[in-house]
Design a protein around this ligand. Structure first.
Ligand code: ZN
Length: 66
């Protein structure tokens, strides 16, 4: 009877792992300052917020060749 519960736990672990990878994609190393505006941030943060991250990413050269 626990099969489906075990499956759910496994699936949840997979998703959690995947989301953690998504939260920390390849990019700059945390250095205590926002990589976009230079504002002090708490490590392991690399930007103040989503806006700074998105703006920073928008300025990066495309890593995937067409
Ligand atoms: Zn910032």
């Amino acid at each position: 009877m626990t099969d489906i519960i075990d499956q759910a736990a496994d699936t949840e672990a997979l998703w959690r792992e995947a989301s953690q990878k998504l939260r920390h994609p390849a990019g700059p190393t945390p250095n205590g300052a926002c990589h976009f505006c230079g504002e002090t941030v708490t490590e392991p943060l690399r930007w103040c917020d989503e806006n700074c991250r998105d703006d920073w990413q928008a300025r990066q050269p495309r890593s995937t060749p067409r």
